[in-house]
Design a protein around this ligand. Structure first.
Ligand code: SF4
Length: 226
């Protein structure tokens, strides 16, 4: 049993014997419970659990929680933000113009969309396409972490402002992490802008180009030559 699971059981035990007050912040208790709520040990079980997930209020307005697209045997994982209306409708990340731009961006470094398993940081669409609230990110975090654990990619490309909220407890400016390489469960991960943001802010094209070049080097080092 992992230490988080053990801590969760202990908290449940204290509650069961009538200890109403536990000296920990509400956020910590919520984190411990959410972090341990996806114990599925296979991709199929996790997928089924996701279909029924009601861990945050976003389940009320979604058409479905989106699992992702691509082979789960892929060496590469791409993590996007959260589904917009179109993605919710089509049940997949990246559609329309944004998908076309993504395909061009990846082609520029010799990769294809099909080389990746592509998923969202937060799996359900939000009202009016607003960024997910911190508690929604927190509730959804275990699903993505479990996907990473089960899929075991060799390298991850994260696009947009939502993925860092999953991986960094502290609020960091996007510019301080963009284009840098971090590790998630020993897997290298690079953060860059989302294609939808690039369409609205063409000045970011040059930065994304630099990031993608870096990603290509990581690909050669960690995937091609392994
Ligand atoms: S956003 Fe994530 S945690 Fe919230 S209901 Fe959807 S799948 Fe569950």
């Amino acid at each position: 049993m992992n230490p988080l699971e053990e801590l969760k059981n202990y908290i449940e035990y204290l509650e069961a014997i009538g200890i109403a007050y536990i000296p920990a912040s509400k956020e910590l208790l919520k984190f411990v419970k959410s972090e341990t709520s996806f114990e599925e040990d296979s991709i199929e079980k996790l997928k089924n659990k996701l279909k029924e997930c009601k861990a945050c209020a976003l389940h009320r307005i979604r058409k479905q929680a989106i699992w992702g697209e691509g082979e789960t045997s892929a060496d590469l994982m791409l993590i996007s933000e959260y589904p917009d209306r179109e993605e919710d409708f089509h049940n997949k990340p990246f559609v329309g113009e944004i998908e076309k731009l993504l395909i061009r961006m990846l082609a520029a470094i010799g990769l294809k969309k099909q080389d990746f398993f592509i998923t969202h940081a937060v799996k359900c669409k939000t009202p009016g396409n607003r960024p997910p609230e911190p508690e929604e990110v927190l509730a959804c975090k275990p699903i993505l972490l479990k996907q990473i654990k089960l899929i075991k990619p060799k390298l991850i490309l994260a696009m947009g402002f939502t993925p860092p909220k999953i991986f960094f407890e502290k609020k960091l400016s996007f510019s301080s992490i963009r284009g840098k390489v971090f590790k998630v469960k020993e897997i290298p991960i690079l953060f860059t802008y989302h294609p939808a943001y690039v369409i609205k802010n063409p000045a970011t094209k040059r930065l994304v180009w630099e990031d993608l070049q870096k990603f290509k080097h990581l690909y050669i080092k960690f995937v091609k030559s392994s």
